[in-house]
Design a protein around this ligand. Structure first.
Ligand SMILES: Cc1ncc(COP(=O)(O)O)c(C=O)c1O
Length: 470
């Protein structure tokens, strides 16, 4: 058994998680307290966030152009949220700008369109990227992907090679702060130093990193600084539809915004437009003030718990989970399976049970054990196919089958991902469940849908409206 963490007061952290005691039905008619191991997709809300939003709603009103007292309060809250988010990532609003949007995907798309790139420019991404930090760049420049080794770690020698190979043409390095599949942490500041020396800038996709590790963008004259960071609030315990792009101000002082309209301009005539200064230029339309306030509240809560304490707790939990998962013979773990190295990666563990579909394992975990995980390719197809060791022919085959709407044998994995509130007892529930599944000790009958590949319990169709209905 893992001893209680010395760093995070886990009971008090759990008290701050909305829905952490929620019981869910099982296939056998019993109920069980839900175990959420799908934090890499979305974290639950913090009570701190919900309370702040509830309080703020009494003051909610239009921001910026309203003269009413509530508008003034709301505007100040929106502006404060920018400062809180800037400090969270070690940015300062003199050199940097915080642009609120709806999620990390939107933030990266915005940067891709605003960075002034052309087809001849090279964006150095990596094989580890979530599609959200790959596809937006493909639309505006030439993308080359830095390779990964068999454990899924970024191949830094290949990074150096590609930087040299495209000398003078690499304008942006677009790299994840942490893999949403293996939890691998690329050496972002070392890559930043190399990128800057080569005349490029660097974007760090912080969607996964931000809820688990401190981020320090640094001053623009520090060679290891980060030029841009993208965040998603729903992965930071604040699911109110917001995200942020924090980036160097000078980039957003020039050019037309990607979206134009109300809020983005100084003056418009029928034949001329003067754009506003950043960040207004890049926040077209009425902003999601509530989402920004929620994100700032989450940041304050994370800081009050302590990012170092969160990192310690999650590293201990991940080590414990790996130690136990490795004892199950038929479990294949991807990424680094070493429990001793969990301080240098996140608590994201992808695995398969040999001989069983990842679709089926994930469904049984939910139906028979009340455990929520994710399965599939986690919006990182090239990385998954690499980790699974598929040949180009096999990958081509997969593509054909998907295009024919048959996903039954779609390659993939089961992913468990931890948050700061997860416990060793919950890991024990998972291990017991995986052991039973591996030994065939399951009682449900499951049917697979050809088009989606998903399994459903054959005789179980719970009325979801009983649990929540509008
Ligand atoms: C590494 C990474 N980047 C980007 C995203 C996209 O985040 P969002 O869907 O909130 O835009 C995700 C979501 O899973 C992610 O894991």
């Amino acid at each position: 058994m893992l001893k209680a963490s010395l760093t995070v007061d886990i009971a008090s952290v759990r008290d701050r998680i909305v829905g952490v005691k929620q019981r869910v039905p099982l296939l056998n008619g019993e109920t069980r307290t839900y175990v959420n191991f799908d934090n890499a997709a979305s974290t639950p809300a913090l009570a701190d966030v919900l309370d702040t939003v509830n309080t703020f709603m009494h003051w909610y009103s239009s921001v910026h152009r309203g003269t009413g007292f509530k508008s003034r309060v709301a505007t100040q809250a929106y502006d404060d949220a920018r400062e809180i988010v800037a400090r969270f990532v070690g940015a300062n609003q003199r050199d940097h700008v915080v642009i609120f949007g709806k999620n990390a995907t939107e933030a990266i798309n915005k940067l891709a369109r605003r960075a002034g790139l052309g087809r001849d420019d090279v964006v150095l991404a990596s094989l580890l990227e979530h599609h959200s930090n790959d596809l937006p760049w493909r639309g505006v420049a030439t993308v080359d992907h830095v390779a990964a080794n068999a454990l899924g770690e970024l191949d830094e020698a290949d990074f150096d090679r590609k930087l040299a190979q495209h000398a003078g043409r690499v304008k942006m390095v677009a790299v994840t702060g942490a893999s949403n599949v293996t939890g691998f942490l690329p050496p972002i500041h070392r890559l930043a130093e190399k990128a800057h020396a080569a005349g490029a800038q660097i974007l760090v996709d912080g969607a996964q990193l931000a809820p688990h590790r401190p981020i320090s963008m640094g001053a623009l004259d520090d060679p290891a600084h980060l030029d841009y960071v993208a965040l998603s609030a729903h992965k930071m315990y604040a699911p109110f539809g917001s995200g942020a792009l924090i980036g160097r101000r000078d980039t957003f002082e020039h050019g037309a915004p990607d979206y134009s309209g109300g809020g983005t301009i100084e003056i418009v005539t029928t034949d001329s437009v003067e754009w506003s200064a950043p960040p207004d230029r890049d926040e077209a339309g009425s902003p999601n003030v509530v989402g920004a306030v929620a994100l700032a509240a989450a940041v304050k809560a994370l800081q009050s718990i302590g990012m170092a304490a969160i990192a310690d707790h999650e590293a201990e939990l991940t080590a414990y989970a790996l130690e136990r998962l490795r004892t199950i013979d038929s479990v294949e773990i991807y990424g680094d399976p070493n429990p001793a190295s969990t301080r240098t990666r996140l608590g994201v563990i992808p695995f398969n049970v040999k001989g069983l579909s990842h679709f089926l394992v994930a469904t049984i975990l939910s139906a028979e054990f009340g455990i929520g995980v994710r399965n599939g390719c986690f919006c990182a197809h090239p990385y998954l196919l690499h980790l699974l060791g598929l040949s180009p022919e096999e990958s081509g085959d997969v593509r054909q089958r998907i295009l024919a709407d048959d996903r039954r044998d779609m390659p993939g994995m089961v992913r468990v991902s931890f948050g700061m509130y997860n416990t060793a007892e919950e890991v024990d529930v998972l291990i017991d469940a995986v052991q039973r599944i591996a030994r065939g000790k399951v009682y449900g009958r499951y049917q697979q849908d050809v088009a989606s590949g998903e399994y459903r319990p054959a005789d179980w169709n719970p009325d979801l409206g009983r649990y929540f209905k509008l």
